[in-house]
Every structure is written in structure tokens, then in C-alpha cells.
Design a binder for this molecule. Structure first.
Ligand code: ATP
Ligand code: MG
Length: 154
């Protein structure tokens, strides 16, 4: 891990731009509200990977014409990034397991959705190494919220 000050909003924006084409193809609007001032202490390549994995999941599991909300807030020396989708959701009993390597909900259905089941385990590992937190909240048929917090530069 190579720790340095990272302009978090800019990093989030870069990932949004790079996935915008896929979102547009599905008529999904990426609704952003990003605090531009949030500077975190982290490895920008690894953090980019985290955001990409979470947003990729959100887009993949969101039906056409729905929105995804991406918010970045600053609170008590920590930055909180929330990626909230209106997708099919993750069953409560599988919320912990999906963070494990190679675990995928409903393997038959997700197989032709691509994916290896590694994304969220990588997110967990990277965030742990940053001394941050990573939480998944989900409601079947309502959507999923991925919430990460990271220390800001003191
Ligand atoms: P990879 O990320 O390696 O390409 P993947 O997306 O299948 O593959 P993870 O990102 O680890 O793997 O996600 C694990 C499983 O959790 C997914 O297969 C999917 O079943 C479920 N999942 C993840 N994110 C969401 C989401 N936003 N909405 C609904 N289900 C999700
Ligand atoms: Mg994934």
C-alpha cells in the first residue's frame, strides 16, 4: 500500500466517467453528490479499484431506467462514500457471504452476468488495509447500499 493524500471526489468522478457508457446503455442515471473537499489518506490505485468494483456491481444489478445514487460526505475527520442502487438486492442471509472470495448469489443466474465473485472480497481487503470500514445494506426487491468510510488527512 502506498499511502498519499488522495482527492477522493476526483477519484470517484474518474470512475463514474469510465463506467458512464455502460450505464447509459442501460438507461441508468448516475446521480452524484460529492463533497469536493474530502481528502483521504490512501493508495489511489487501490481506492480506484474499490470504487470501480462497487459501481460495477451496482450498474450490473440495476434494471434499465433506474437510478444509482453516489454520495460522498465528510464527517468528523472521516469520508463516507455511499453507492445506493435500486436493484434486486441481496438476501439478508447472504450479506456476509458475498464479501468472501468467489461467493455469488444465485450462481445459475449470475454466470452469464460475467464476474468471478472476487470483487467484494477485494473491496473488503483493501478497505481493511486502509483502516476504514465497509458495510453492505440490502433489501430484497428494493436495492443495495454499499458504504465505505476512510480516514481523512489530519
Ligand atoms: P466480480 O466482481 O469478480 O466481477 P461478482 O460481481 O460476481 O464478480 P462480487 O462483486 O464479489 O462478485 O459480488 C458477489 C455477489 O454479490 C455477486 O455475484 C452478486 O450476486 C451479489 N451482489 C454484489 N453487488 C450487488 C448489488 N449491488 N446488487 C445485488 N447483488 C449484488
Ligand atoms: Mg463485482
Amino acid at each position: 500500500l502506498r499511502l498519499e493524500p488522495v482527492a477522493f471526489a476526483q477519484l470517484v468522478n474518474d470512475v463514474i466517467q469510465s463506467l458512464q457508457v455502460i450505464a447509459v446503455k442501460k438507461n441508468i442515471k448516475l446521480q452524484c453528490n460529492l463533497n469536493e473537499e474530502s481528502i483521504v489518506y490512501g493508495d489511489s490505485d487501490r481506492l480506484e479499484q474499490v470504487i470501480r468494483n462497487l459501481l460495477d456491481n451496482a450498474i450490473r444489478h440495476t434494471p434499465e431506467m433506474k437510478d444509482i445514487w453516489i454520495t460522498l460526505m465528510s464527517n468528523n475527520g472521516r469520508s463516507e462514500l455511499v453507492i445506493a442502487d435500486e436493484g434486486e438486492g441481496i438476501p439478508e442471509e447472504e450479506l456476509l457471504a458475498v464479501k468472501e472470495r468467489f461467493y455469488r448469489v444465485n450462481k445459475a443466474r449470475t454466470r452469464h452476468n460475467g464476474g468471478t465473485g472476487l470483487g467484494l472480497s477485494i473491496v473488503s481487503e483493501i478497505i481493511k488495509k486502509h483502516d476504514g470500514t465497509f458495510e453492505l445494506q440490502s433489501e430484497i426487491g428494493q436495492g443495495t447500499k454499499a458504504i465505505i468510510t476512510l480516514n481523512e488527512l489530519a
